[in-house]
Design a protein around this ligand. Structure first.
Ligand code: IMP
Length: 437
């Protein structure tokens, strides 16, 4: 048995999809365990780009079954679209895709509420989160309030209908009480389309906990695919500017029903620089020409919402905290080639609180108010100013690029086993394969 979790170490968009795609060459099952279609996992194969929001990224390796675990919130319409999109390219998911019967459902009224709330915060000058507007938060709220609809509710559509109207009615009446002018979505339309899609998805629904344990007991390899990143975690992220699920290792367990005994390796993925979409503190953010260069060269636009990603230098304190929270056994660093033209590269090793040289903070703080007051202190390393795109051997990297990798390893105290040098599956340096003996 060798089961591996792949987690983001920053604010999402670290390039996990590519790494999952790469490693699933050697696995038998890939499972999503949290989040929903707020994720945008981009995979390039033979120069062709595919973006998925719910489908596990191992989809292009037919040796893998694809599991969407109980911790995921699923918009059934989006999932059905992805199933169809794949079917048009000849990938048939019947008997290959398994949806947890305990996974919660995002309906179109959840996304309507998400958008209304964000708009509300702008109007009241409250702190907007910058959500994806896809209903993730409201669906998880229903889960915690124990009123959510789950895939197992599709087994009894009469009861499902009753639950749907009761729940939606509660939500919409509370919205309407505050905002008389909002045009609310038509519940009958939402329910009839939900009913239609539920029938199409039912053949994929099962007890995935049982399935995953059986696979693991057989000694087959399971890859647990994280969505978003460590600092969007509802408990450990930059609250309230976070998503509504546990993106850290705990989420991988509760979101699948797998136990700690079943996870052999926890691999953290980070870019060589940092990005963030949406609002919230970002100590190393660069609002200058270097930030613009990273944005442009890194194509830093959200795969889900198309929003520009904010860009900045790598924050090593963040990686240290990601390692602590997740028990990282190794790291993957992505997008080395984006730094190719820079004369100098900075990495943040600590901060000054409020710009005061006597107030040094070595750790990525838990308190969002303190985070907003930090001035990053950088270590500056020389750049290499030569192309690294597509390099596949560590020994072929420019000396300064190798030094950067080694310095990050030294500071985070976790080995960097994979370096990504471009978007394609093949643009990768594998220093030690996670499945090597
Ligand atoms: P929500 O997950 O739509 O509720 O959005 C909450 C915050 O998480 C916002 O700042 C989003 O921009 C951010 N977010 C959600 N999913 C992703 C992702 O896959 N990549 C990067 N940021 C994300």
């Amino acid at each position: 048995m060798a089961n591996i979790a792949i987690l983001g170490c920053q604010w999402g968009d670290e390039g996990k999809g590519k790494i999952v795609d790469l490693l699933t060459e050697k696995t038998n099952a890939v499972v999503r365990f949290q989040g929903g279609n707020n994720a945008g996992h981009t995979i390039w194969v033979d120069g062709k780009k595919s973006v998925f929001h719910l489908m596990p990224s191992g989809v292009f390796h037919p040796n893998n079954i694809l599991v969407i675990g109980n911790g995921v919130v699923i918009n059934p319409h989006i999932l059905w679209e992805e199933i169809n999109q794949l079917s048009e390219t000849g990938i048939d998911l019947k008997g290959r895709l398994f949806i947890s019967d305990s996974a919660h459902i995002i309906t179109n009224f959840h996304s309507a509420i998400d958008k209304i709330r964000e708009e509300d915060k702008i109007l009241t000058k409250g702190s907007k989160i910058g959500t994806t507007g896809l209903g993730i938060g409201p669906a998880y709220e229903d889960k915690c309030a124990r009123v959510g609809l789950r895939f197992m509710d599709f087994y009894d559509m009469d009861l499902c209908e009753e639950k749907f109207y009761h729940n939606a009615g509660l939500h919409l009446s509370s919205v309407q009480a505050v905002h008389k002018n909002y045009e609310l979505p038509n519940l009958d339309d939402i329910y009839s389309s939900l009913k239609e899609v539920s029938l199409k998805l039912l053949p994929f629904v099962c007890d995935t906990l049982d399935l995953l344990h059986k696979i693991s007991d057989k000694g087959e390899h399971i890859l647990l695919e994280g969505a978003q990143g460590c600092f969007l975690d509802i408990d450990h992220g930059t609250y309230p500017f976070v998503t509504s699920s546990n993106t850290t290792i705990g989420g991988a367990l509760t979101g699948t029903g797998m136990s700690t005994k079943m996870i052999d390796q926890v691999i953290g993925v980070s870019k060589f620089y940092a990005t963030r979409v949406g609002e919230g503190p970002f100590p190393t953010e660069l609002n200058d020409e270097i930030g613009a260069l990273l944005q442009e060269k890194g194509h830093e636009k959200g795969a889900t919402t198309g929003r520009d990603r904010r860009c900045g230098w790598l924050d090593v304190c963040q990686l240290q905290k990601a390692s602590l929270l997740n028990g990282l056994t190794s790291m993957v660093l992505t997008k080395l080639d984006v730094l190719d033209t820079l004369a100098e590269i900075k990495i943040c090793t600590h901060y000054l609180v409020g710009g005061d040289v006597d107030k040094i903070e070595n750790k990525f703080p838990n308190r969002t108010d303190i985070l907003s007051e930090l001035t990053p202190v950088y270590e500056t390393l020389p750049g290499w100013q030569s192309p690294t795109k597509g390099i596949r051997e560590f020994s072929e990297l420019p000396k300064n690029a190798k030094s950067l990798v080694k310095r990050i390893e030294e500071l985070v105290k976790v080995p960097v086993t994979i370096v990504s040098t471009g978007p394609d599956r093949l643009d990768t340096i594998i220093r030690k394969h996670p499945f090597a003996d």
